[in-house]
Design a protein around this ligand. Sequence first.
Ligand SMILES: Cc1cc2nc3c(=O)[nH]c(=O)nc-3n(C[C@H](O)[C@H](O)[C@H](O)COP(=O)(O)OP(=O)(O)OC[C@H]3O[C@@H](n4cnc5c(N)ncnc54)[C@H](O)[C@@H]3O)c2cc1C
Length: 498
Amino acid sequence: MSKRVVIIGSGLGGLTCGYILQQSGYDVTILEQGMQIGGCLQCFYRRGAKFETGMHFIGSAEPEQTMGRIMRYFGLDKSVTLSPLDSEGYNVVSLAGNKFLFPNGREAFIERFAEYFPRQKDAIAKYVEIIDGIAESSTLNSLTSANRDIVVDTEYQTQSINAVMDSIFTDTLLKNALVGDLPLYAAEYGKTPFAQHAYIMDFYNNSAFRIVGGSDVIADSLAGSIREMGGEVLASKRVTKVCCDDEKATGVITADEEFYAADYVISTVHPNRLLEMLDTKLIRPAFRSRISAIPQTASCFTLYIKFKEKAMPYMNSNYYGYADETPWNCENYTVENWPKGFLYMHMCGEKSPSYASSGVIISYMKMEDVLRWKDGKIGRRGEEYELFKRAYAERLLDEVEKHHPGLRSSIDCYFTSTPLTYLDYTGTEAGSMYGVAKDVTLGAGGRVPYRTKVPNLLLAGQNVNSHGIMGVIVGTIMVCSELISAEKLYEQINDLSR
Ligand SMILES: Cc1cc2nc3c(=O)[nH]c(=O)nc-3n(C[C@H](O)[C@H](O)[C@H](O)COP(=O)(O)OP(=O)(O)OC[C@H]3O[C@@H](n4cnc5c(N)ncnc54)[C@H](O)[C@@H]3O)c2cc1C
């Protein structure tokens, strides 16, 4: 009989673990608390417009590039259509009106930034070389189980982004422009490891795409494949308890009091949520205190815009706007100076569309700003909450309008979400966008391990390795390698992705 694996959470982490293990002969059941599967891959409709909630673009997805090959392994090449972002400027960073475009491709990137900062060409080339070295040091580029270059990895995992930038460059505006995409990883000054910046820079520099029709096609495709292979993906099944005997986990209980027996339990939810479900002496108080003390990445306020028909030309780039000449510290705002920065993107309904039908604008927001409404019911938090959201939406629009004149006149209607929304829909601590924060000042104590003292309870998802489509899948591969050998898994990926 096949071994039973119960996976808590149907986000990217849960679905990719489920796919690999079901395909490898395990009997997989994925339990999702929400009515809709997908976690951050979920989309929603309002007044006929579709919106993505947590996955707006992906990188390295040309057929021979790493993500392209991984997509092929998961059968996503057949079900997902990608639309390339502008290769001359997939990211546009505006620092107090100074605009910088990020082109795809190593040489193009060096040339473009050398045009912006002619006297810094050598330093820019050195920066790109360091990025390349870090990317190459990971197992990802080669898709093999060979040991990664620990020396390079450790060096850049333990130094902050700004520390490394300071060691390469003297020009402050150049340093700031290069980290203008930092909302993608909610980087914090003096804390976020340079390696995080490097992986993301490399990932999108290779190629950058939107997902035609929205990120939920990824979730639907993975869930469909798991079901076809005989596994189960069940929505509206909130796990309330992970049951353990004296030695191991025996299964989980859901809110509707069903017991799911398991040989292995994989949790892809925020580790603080998992600890609430675990009542066993196998998990020591010291572990609990350490995990709950790890800081979280910032949360956000999001404005979801439905545009009037054929009113807004499709913007084939991601736009990062900052009031000042720095992208740093936007998470530390006051009521008066919010928003210090924003990320503005259009949804892609068809390949290379002419007009956008919807878009999002995201800006950091702290949970404490909305905490007073936490106990209210979703969608019924009252007039005061609605007024709060309206006021912040209008302020955000005022700011974005300065960068994109005419935006307001093309809006049909808009909707908003706050840190409470992410807490409600994904259970992430404090509504954190990317789960736990990576922080060089915390060292190994700031890491969430994928193994626990409960030998058959494993952790996956964005809190374990890193967030984002690639970060989560790397975590998935690490965790699945506990059940099937890493070598075999990479062999399978390489065979099936050819
Ligand atoms: C605003 C935003 C924009 C982003 N943009 C991008 C992007 O453009 N590109 C990119 O690569 N990445 C992006 N990301 C990051 C990426 O979406 C995430 O890192 C990734 O999808 C997380 O997957 P996950 O499975 O770890 O977690 P989640 O997607 O959070 O899934 C966890 C699931 O567990 C469920 N759950 C929680 N508790 C329970 C319980 N008790 N019982 C059962 N189920 C439970 C939740 O409902 C959820 O469905 C973005 C994230 C955000 C928030």
